[in-house]
Design a protein around this ligand. Structure first.
Ligand SMILES: Cc1ncc(COP(=O)(O)O)c(C=O)c1O
Length: 438
């Protein structure tokens, strides 16, 4: 943000919405600002998708594929195809049926397309969900901590307080979930839902084992809690594909927020929300939660860009609805990078009996992120020093905690780096650690 002393202030930030002076919303700015100051630094901070498979020609061919499909499978005239792409469109989106087919094929999730809202990325979906669930000051959202800044920021914008639930070692501590739910209720509050990432969570990299997924659904049912499942990285796995919570959900307990940012590409800004919960209206009419989210969307973005939806739809058609198959090369790249990162940490930080020098890390079997625990504070100051003196960027884990937490941890992302960059970046990271340990 500009901080020039020469400018006369017209507005005081303290008079704007409270989220705008909240560190949760400043976090992204801070990291981007450091990255822009040290453009030659190797970045383990950015969780962007790899770029070697991007090809502008694909965008054209995906749009063509969607137009062909409309003409041949749906019987659209040329004028109808043009109208669909050029005009304002249905708020819920124009590709719900194709998204439903992808969910069936890749995720074994079976939903009525009417329960799907196509959104501007995950980010619009999570905003609409928390906005809808925040009816008054009694409503709170539980969220596994540490959690993604996109969730914390959206909750701030919607004035929804977030109550942290311990992630434990496996992705969620169920005892803490039950305890926090009861504590909130005892305080006269209404915990509306718990936000979770079952697969390769951002930032922790942790995935929930299958029995824990079943138990989580049981606890949620017992405590009468909705679950909000966020799953942008599940496709990039080693070994068997674990069922999502939504695939295991038999009682419409799970609101599922999907994103095509990583399995498609982020420039399209397309995501979707499955909201098949049945809502009884004030007038006695029954509707889907998706219809209510769509009402919010109609006042935020009107509809997701038809052109962007056409591109994603074309990609879905081209890969016969299996983005797992469409992403075979990307998945291989991400897994190779993760293996190299973990092996590189092992080579540079051998186990030591001296706890004051011990560096440890977790070992995700996929996704974009791993977490390193250091024998010293890994705060913003150290991150800036690391960029300036050692040419390597990473994310302090404290950014993902509402209060204290992650003070000695760094999140390392390896999705966008080449093999050489990972090696050089790790050498620089090891030099930073050696520097700090004296
Ligand atoms: C946890 C998490 N959820 C969702 C997304 C995707 O968000 P969007 O679709 O808004 O780009 C990301 C991307 O960084 C993420 O890390």
């Amino acid at each position: 943000m500009t901080t020039s002393q020469d400018l006369r202030a017209d507005l005081a930030a303290s008079t704007l919405h409270s989220s705008l002076v909240d560190p949760a919303l400043e976090s992204m700015n801070f990291l981007n600002e450091i990255a822009s100051r040290y453009p030659d630094a190797i970045s383990f901070a950015s969780g962007r998708p790899c770029e070697q498979f991007f090809d502008v020609a694909l965008i054209h061919s995906y749009i063509d594929a969607f137009c062909d499909y409309l003409a041949t499978e749906r019987g659209y005239s040329p004028a109808q195809v043009s109208r669909l792409l050029f005009q304002y469109g249905k708020t819920k989106g124009i590709i719900g049926e194709l998204v439903a087919k992808y969910l069936e094929k890749d995720e074994d999730i079976h939903v009525d397309p009417e329960a799907i809202v196509v959104t501007v990325g995950y980010q619009e979906g999570i905003f609409a969900v928390v906005r809808a669930l925040r009816a008054d000051e009694r409503d709170v959202l539980l969220a596994v901590s540490p959690s993604y800044v996109g969730l914390t920021g959206a909750a701030k914008l919607a004035d929804m307080p977030v109550w942290p639930v311990s992630g434990g070692t496996e992705g969620i501590d169920l005892e803490d979930l039950a305890a926090q739910t009861r504590r909130a209720r005892a305080a006269g509050l209404r915990p509306r839902a718990c936000y979770v990432m079952a697969d390769f969570a951002n930032p922790s990299g942790v995935s929930m084992p299958v029995p824990l997924r079943h138990q989580l659904l049981e606890v949620a049912a017992r405590e009468d809690l909705l679950l909000i499942e966020d799953n942008p990285y599940g496709t990039f796995h080693d070994g068997p594909h674990l069922p999502t919570l939504k695939a295991l959900d038999t009682s419409r307990q799970v609101i599922y927020i999907g994103s095509f940012a990583k399995v498609g590409f982020p420039g399209a800004r397309v995501g979707f929300t499955i909201a098949d919960q049945v809502v009884s209206g004030a007038d006695g009419k029954i509707g889907l939660f998706a219809d209510y989210l769509s009402m919010i969307k109609s006042m935020v973005t009107v509809n997701t860009s038809a052109v962007s939806q056409a591109v994603i739809a074309g990609k879905l058609l081209r890969c016969e609805f299996s983005l797992a198959r469409a992403n075979v090369r990307e998945t291989a790249t991400y897994l190779a990078n993760m293996r190299q990162l973990l092996a590189g940490l092992q080579a540079r930080f051998p186990a030591t009996a001296d706890r004051a020098k011990q560096v440890t890390w977790n070992s995700p079997s996929g996704g974009f992120f791993a977490v390193v625990t250091l024998p010293f504070a890994a705060d913003d100051e150290l991150m800036e020093y690391s960029a300036r003196e050692h040419g390597v960027l990473w994310t302090p884990m404290s950014h993902f905690y509402a209060g204290q937490g992650g003070t000695h941890q760094a999140r390392l992302a390896c999705s966008q780096l080449t093999s050489e960059e990972i090696e050089t970046g790790l050498n620089r990271f090891a030099a930073l650690v050696a520097d700090r340990l004296g």
